[in-house]
Ligand binder design. Structure first.
Ligand code: SAM
Ligand code: FES
Length: 348
């Protein structure tokens, strides 16, 4: 194996940081041998903190109605071919209860930026879930809101918030979003969430259109500097009804490589093997664990609406019941020597 790559991997494993040019070389000149060594070091870094325990988050996709028009996203407001839905509070609470019975101790509510979910409506759903499901963390992933709104939702009981920054480079952000959306505002939201006391999840797509290695170096720096408690990274996958329909999908191999690097930069991070990773490769989520991930987020949404929450093409698990998904993932993880935990799975 290339001695410089070996040196960089070992340095990262010990120091948890590299210089920009070193990150650049590590990513740009990567080889399968370097990937193997990185994964080995990443798994070793995770071992004393999380071992081979996999935390699960039950994901309820509460609405595909969105006021935004992110160019890559299948549920963007300009997509007239989406059959829009929103789940009523009672349905959401029932899904959460079902998840609780199945062993989930984190419920994630995710959706488009749908004005129906005012602080009152969303806050009351959060408190009802907290009441119905003891010892359960509630994570929100409902996009950009005001400081006051985040505060109210926190006061209602929300524990964590996922808001991917999408890219650490403002110019790149501008190529992925319409002009009315602002990178600075997204970053401000992340800072607000942190200062309120949420465990914060950031993240980005791997292989999004126009992304270069220089951008990826900035991503690594962002992880170093912001140290998100969770970091959601998954491959970009084109959606046929968006302007990026003909762009290439992000690669499995690069996603796994970056998961390993992120684990080494921030050994305590909660790192999901995403559904998008499972979509581009039938064993993507297993491979994610073996590269250093420690979280999976199976779907708890009612099967009737699952196909409508189509952020990208060919999304997996849209026909399976919640119990089937949990069982399937449990089995998949057991086969590689990992176990799903019945645990809130807090940042340690
Ligand atoms: N509205 C909330 C927000 O903006 O954070 C949550 C929903 S949003 C659809 C969830 C995530 O899906 C985005 O942060 C984005 O990274 C990811 N996503 C959207 N379109 C995608 C695509 N075509 N391929 C892969 N991931 C995608
Ligand atoms: Fe959903 Fe396998 S995880 S069917």
């Amino acid at each position: 194996m290339d001695s410089r790559l070996r040196e960089l991997v070992e340095k990262l494993a010990v120091e948890h940081t590299l210089a920009d040019d070193e990150y650049f070389d590590l990513i740009e000149h990567r080889t399968p041998e370097a990937a193997e060594l990185l994964a080995e070091r990443a798994v070793a870094a995770r071992q004393p903190i999380y071992g081979t325990t996999v935390f699960t988050r039950g994901l309820i996709e509460i609405s595909n109605i969105c006021k935004n028009d992110c160019i890559y996203c299948g549920i963007r407001r300009s997509n007239r071919n989406v059959k829009r839905y929103r789940l009523e509070p009672d349905v959401i609470v029932a899904c959460a209860r079902e998840g609780y019975e199945l062993g989930f101790r984190t419920i994630v509510l995710q959706g488009g930026e749908d004005a129906y979910y005012t602080d009152e409506v969303l806050g009351s759903i959060v408190s009802r879930i907290k009441e119905a499901c003891p010892d359960t963390a509630v994570t929100l992933s409902m996009g950009e809101r005001s400081y006051e709104s985040y505060q109210r939702l926190y006061d209602a009981g929300a524990d964590r918030y996922l808001l991917r920054h999408e890219t650490a480079d403002p110019d790149h952000y501008a190529r992925l979003h319409p002009v009315e959306m602002s990178w600075e505002h997204r970053m401000q939201c992340l800072r607000d969430l942190r200062s309120i006391g949420y465990q914060v999840g950031a993240g980005f797509m791997v292989g999004s259109p126009f992304q270069t290695t220089v951008h990826l170096v900035k991503e690594m720096r962002f992880v170093e500097f912001f140290k998100p408690e969770m970091c959601g990274i998954g491959p970009f996958i084109p959606h046929h009804d968006t302007p990026f329909a003909h762009k290439r999908a992000g690669a499995l191999e690069l996603t796994l490589y970056l998961l390993s690097i992120i684990r080494l930069i921030h050994p305590h991070v909660l790192l999901p093997a995403t559904t998008a990773l499972g979509t581009i490769d039938p064993r993507g989520r297993e491979k994610g664990m073996l590269a250093g991930a420690n979280v999976v987020m199976p779907n708890l949404s009612p099967v009737a609406v699952r196909k409508q929450y189509e952020l990208y093409d060919n999304k997996i698990c849209t026909g399976e019941e919640s119990a089937q998904c949990r069982g399937c993932l449990g089995l998949r993880m057991n086969l590689i020597g990992y176990d799903l935990a019945v645990d809130r799975g807090d940042f340690r």
